[in-house]
Write a protein that binds this ligand. Structure first.
Ligand code: NAG
Ligand code: NAG
Ligand code: NAG
Ligand code: NAG
Ligand code: NAG
Ligand code: NAG
Ligand code: NAG
Ligand code: ZN
Length: 453
């Protein structure tokens, strides 16, 4: 058994085994990691008066002031980057909607998430590593598709009518399943993004959703306490990107610069894929460039001009594309904004959006973690969300390249600071073991228990 490898002393081994069977029947013998993503939750939404439970959680956890999102700062891009440890140019998901191989728009399709079959989400890699490892994925973007023909042991299909507490109850049944206990769980929550898009960052409606997130964090923390799993579960609470507010006067109309008969497009907020018709590339590009130059509201890129730091350009899925990015608080007009305008006036128009440069402060994401393998009350340096994969992989002692997967782009270097035991101090087997102070606590509890006999 893995748990028998950690100590030289037979006595300590036995204590630990007995204690484990008393305290946590039906829970994985591997470390347990739970990742909860609240879509579009900005780190600066946490305020002691509005989100007291999250504020307390953050104070007790290891947490950077923010986590850097991947570019484009969109939902599918970032959830897939976190799940795969790959940049968008490697996993091929460049937005929620994008062109498919027939130059038609695709939105949440198998093809979209399968640019390269050697890019595998960590919930599959966890199970590939065997020894009783099981994954559960609740509504995480991309989780409904098989990868290399495999799906995780537990899947919750996207359905935003399912109450958030009920999602958490389901997750706890996965973790406590007697026969196949999950040691890795990913869970997705669609707010405050959804309301943020409709009402903007400063609205009362988004504040209500932020409070709802806070109550949900309280609920999961209470469940973990109640089930006595505080020393077992490493709970990561994060988001995918931030949010910015757009007013009507900051909407960009591409028809002002180029005839809409000369290209096809996929446009979402500040990001646009423009596919010029055959023979029209140069003219469309020139007109958009001059529009960008005169309006100063957006940037225009041919594929080869995309900045290296976005890790976006080296992918054939962008062949023939002109990529547009709006400047902060600007966005390209599309039908979503028209729907908002239908219900209000140009003066009162407020919409939320994201997708901007991942260097923009308002696009920053949330990250905080609490659990036996992490430092407490620790303010970390910011890191990239591509590093989440190596972090989890380390916690679960995975071989990342099992089953022909390729080495990931993320590294442990940026996230090692969060760990109670730095990776370099490990012997290689200790990562699946409790930390010394937890172990001391377990032994003390066990001795207390013995005294009762
Ligand atoms: C899609 O558009 C690109 C760029 O214009 C072109 O090279 C390719 O042939 C098109 N593919 C299809 C299936 O039309
Ligand atoms: C979504 O969940 C609701 C509430 O549990 C349920 O009534 C509904 O049937 C579900 N929808 C789908 C498509 O499963
Ligand atoms: C580009 O702009 C010029 C000048 O406004 C216009 O005449 C031309 O039709 C535009 N080209 C396209 C492809 O829209
Ligand atoms: C295309 O441009 C024309 C002329 O500017 C405009 O009337 C029309 O609504 C546009 N079509 C779409 C689909 O945006
Ligand atoms: C836009 O500005 C850039 C940089 O100043 C310049 O290189 C380019 O020629 C301009 N494009 C047009 C169409 O005016
Ligand atoms: C966290 O640490 C700071 C100093 O680094 C201290 O002031 C604060 O009281 C601590 N908070 C908790 C909850 O331990
Ligand atoms: C990201 O990882 C892939 C797969 O291992 C590799 O091909 C690619 O070169 C990496 N990208 C960078 C920027 O290192
Ligand atoms: Zn999102």
């Amino acid at each position: 058994m893995a748990m028998c490898r950690f100590a030289g002393s037979v006595a300590v081994q036995c204590l630990f085994v007995v204690f484990t069977s008393m305290a946590a029947a039906g829970v994985s013998r591997h470390p347990v990691v739970v990742v909860m993503s609240f879509d579009g939750f900005r780190p600066d939404y946490i305020r002691p008066d509005v989100t007291p439970h999250m504020a307390r959680f953050r104070d007790a956890s290891a947490s950077p002031p923010y986590m850097r999102s991947a570019f484009p700062t969109k939902t599918f891009v970032n959830h897939f980057t976190m799940a795969t440890g790959m940049y968008s140019e490697t996993h091929g998901v460049f937005d929620n909607s994008m062109f498919d191989r027939h130059n038609e728009t695709m939105h949440y399709t198998y093809e979209q998430f399968h640019y390269d079959d050697s890019v595998v989400p960590i919930w599959i890699q966890n199970e590939n590593n065997g020894e009783g490892r099981h994954s559960g994925v609740m509504m995480w973007p991309g989780s409904e598709f098989p990868y290399q023909g495999k799906t995780p042991t537990y899947i919750g299909l996207y359905n935003n009518s399912i109450h958030w507490n009920s999602r958490i109850d389901t997750i706890m049944t996965w973790i406590e399943n007697k026969n196949q206990p999950a040691n890795l769980v990913f869970a997705y929550f669609e707010e405050p993004d959804k309301t943020g898009h409709k009402k903007g960052v400063g609205s009362q409606e988004i504040k209500n959703q932020i409070v709802r997130v806070d109550n949900t964090v309280k609920y999961v923390v209470d469940q973990i306490k109640y089930k006595n799993l505080e020393d077992k579960i490493n709970l990561i609470i994060l988001s995918d990107h931030g949010m910015d507010t757009v007013t009507y006067d900051r909407l960009i109309f591409l028809d002002d610069y180029v005839s809409n008969m000369t290209y096809k497009s996929v446009i979402a907020g500040p990001n646009a894929f423009i596919l010029p018709n055959m023979g029209k590339f140069d003219e469309v590009f020139t007109n958009l460039s001059s529009g960008a130059n005169t309006s100063k509201t957006f940037y225009v890129f041919q594929k080869y001009e995309l900045p290296d730091r976005w890790h976006m350009k080296n992918n054939p899925r962008l062949d023939g594309i002109i990529y547009l990015l709006a400047k902060p608080s600007y966005a390209f007009w599309n039908s979503f904004f028209q729907k908002i305008l239908d219900d209000t006036t140009k003066e009162m128009f407020r919409a939320g959006t994201h997708g901007y440069d991942n260097d923009e402060p308002v696009m920053r994401a949330l990250f905080m973690v609490s659990g036996p393998m992490f430092k407490k009350n620790f303010t970390a340096q910011p890191f990239d969300n591509v590093d989440l994969y190596p972090l989890i992989s380390h916690l679960l002692a995975l071989d990342e390249t099992a089953n022909y997967a390729r080495p990931v782009n993320g590294t442990i270097a940026g996230v090692e600071q969060l760990l109670l035991l730095p990776k370099s101090s490990n012997t290689g087997t200790s990562s699946s073991l409790p930390s010394p102070h937890i172990l001391a606590g377990m032994i003390a509890t066990f001795i207390e228990a013995l005294k009762k006999f």
